[in-house]
Write a protein that binds this ligand. Sequence first.
Ligand code: ADP
Ligand code: MG
Length: 387
Amino acid sequence: MARAGAGAPGGHADGPLPRHADRPLPRHADRPLPGRTMPAPGRTITARGAPRAPVRDAPFPPVRDAPPPPVRRAAPAPLARAAPAPATRAAPAPVRPTASARPTPTPAPRGEQRARSTRPVGAFPDPPPVRSHGPARVLAVCNQKGGVGKTTTAINLGAALAETGRRVLLVDLDPQGALSVGLGINAMELERTVYDLMTSRDAGVHDVRISTEVAGLDLLPANIDLSAADVELVGEVAREHTLARVLAPVLPEYDQVLIDCQPSLGPLTVNALTAAHGVLVPLECEYFALRGVALLMQTIEKVRERLNPGLAVEGILATLYDGRTVHSREVLARVVETFGDQVFATVVQRTVRFPETTVAGEPITTYDSASGGAAAYRQLARELLAR
Ligand code: ADP
Ligand code: MG
């Protein structure tokens, strides 16, 4: 299978194209939703900081509701490749024109499908080498929906950052322990985990930290014990600050800390948001993508007001994108319309390589270094460092 570049990994190699893959965008893509104005043809994406449409907890209008769509579609545009990037970031391009102004494209041959996105295609410079480390910037990888790519992002973004010479600490804050498993670590056998770190004064972060197979990538592992931490922290003074307090001693040693949150907005996630400088929100390019995001944003806002005034939304990462489907493209367009420049230009495509890496217990950057998935996370690392 020919593998595509960053943001355009191979996707489903096997299996037929979905029936609607070649169908043009339905008309309802241009129809305003209640309370929201859709961009006029040729309009550019809202600039960072400019007012945006409110996030709604509503799914997309079902594709089947759309009237027969016009036979017009945007020409496919490749996302930026991970291959050597130019020294400077490309100037943002305007949003692709809406259906009414689109030429009829030549469909890309199978296996060479590229992501079709309304995002400006960015090329991000290789980050400068680091001579000394720390203090770390802490990012919480957070979305209360499960299966959106939080753990996958923490592992692979962490590994990609480590490849650039950054020292990275991954924190498993999900009692499922998927982050630990995904790095080939059996946390059930470990004497000390994040649970001990958060609930016992005897365990320090240096006792719990372990190194991984990836140079520069360390881990604070977790297992199911962590599910009891919520209850045990109830009586603690300033319990929301527990994680921030226990992480503080190691921050000078690292450049980046990534906290893999559990799929809930409970006390552990509030701890992660309190310890973090920024939140990275993976959002799957699926039907209910925006459902629940309003609640997440409210929680971030509350934590910012009450516990952590410096907390920022670092960015929204579109994951599980399948550029061959109208559906994925529509979802991505809607995410960009709603969040504007907060959405990373890097889009992670759906590819079977990721589930394979979980079984292998290693990041995609080592499991299949030349894959599109590895390229996507390397590009995300560059994009993050260029922000
Ligand atoms: P979360 O941590 O949000 O629950 P995961 O990162 O564990 O989500 O991903 C859920 C499942 O989806 C895992 O089996 C993972 O391997 C798979 N997955 C994640 N990202 C991708 C992707 N880009 N393409 C295909 N599968 C993916
Ligand atoms: Mg997870």
